[in-house]
Design a protein around this ligand. Structure first.
Ligand code: PEP
Length: 252
């Protein structure tokens, strides 16, 4: 049984005033079950303060992207060691919004994943097909191609590599649309096979998250699908009560 992870992605949202939501998540976790991991991937400007507020709680933190280099002349970028230093345990890489708006290709995403691992962070590697690819029945083909190019050690070269994969159909992100449960089951089953084929036994325990319009109303159903080991949540992670309700849906 793979332990579940509920990871929020605040994207470019969050000012100091919104830290009250973090306090509320921390408070809510005190009375909640402890069967799953929970993390908020926040804007880098908030991470240090969030880390103070989350100290001693089960809430972990993450960044939303990192540069492949540890430091250097890269104006405006942030490195994995900086995120670690600010209190992060995770970093999202390859989110479709970065792949599209910043032209980040899978080879770059793989470099980011290696940088994250070197810094002691767990990369959350995002993949997923767009609407036209889905219409053409190419979901599994796209997922396989993108995952193999984006993940670290794709040829079973590492005994204990620790990363997370988030399957996020692009057309489901922020739209209120989701694939059917059978479609999610099929995509995640296929991804599990690829992980086992290319990562050996490690591939059996890599957390496979579903992302795309996950919310309290559909969380129990989606999080119960085979090989769905948690969720990556955008919009619904901004409100502590919604985020906690999704976390609550991981109870067995
Ligand atoms: C995301 O951007 O990773 C995401 C899943 O967004 P939303 O939950 O808002 O669809």
């Amino acid at each position: 049984m793979v332990r579940k992870l509920i990871a929020g992605n605040w994207k470019m949202n969050g000012l100091q005033a919104d830290l009250a939501q973090v306090d509320r998540v921390v408070e809510g976790l005190e009375g909640a079950h402890a069967e799953a991991d929970i993390a908020l991937c926040a804007p880098a400007t908030l991470l240090s303060e969030m880390a103070k507020r989350a100290a001693g709680s089960r809430l972990l933190l993450g960044g939303q992207s990192c540069h492949p280099a540890g430091s250097g002349a890269y104006t405006g970028d942030i490195s994995a060691p900086m995120l670690k230093d600010a209190g992060a345990s995770y970093v999202i890489v390859g989110h479709s919004e970065r792949r599209e708006a910043h032209a980040e290709r899978s080879t770059y995403v793989q470099e980011q994943a290696y940088a994250a691992l070197d810094a002691g962070l767990v990369p959350i590697i995002c993949i997923g097909e767009n609407y036209n690819e889905r219409q053409r029945g190419e979901t599994n083909r796209v997922n396989e191609r993108v995952l193999l190019k984006s993940m670290p050690y794709p040829n079973n070269q590492h005994e204990s590599v620790n990363f997370v994969v988030a399957y996020e159909p692009k057309w489901a992100i922020g739209t209120g649309e989701t694939p059917t449960l059978d479609e999610i089951k099929s995509a995640h089953g296929h991804l599990r096979e690829i992980l086992i084929e290319h990562q050996g036994t490690v591939g059996e325990s890599i957390q496979l998250l579903y992302g795309g319009s996950l919310k309290p109303a559909n969380a129990v159903d989606i999080l119960s699908v085979d090989n769905v080991n948690g969720g990556l949540i955008g919009g619904a992670s901004l409100k502590a009560d919604d985020f906690l309700a999704i976390y609550g849906a991981t109870a067995s």
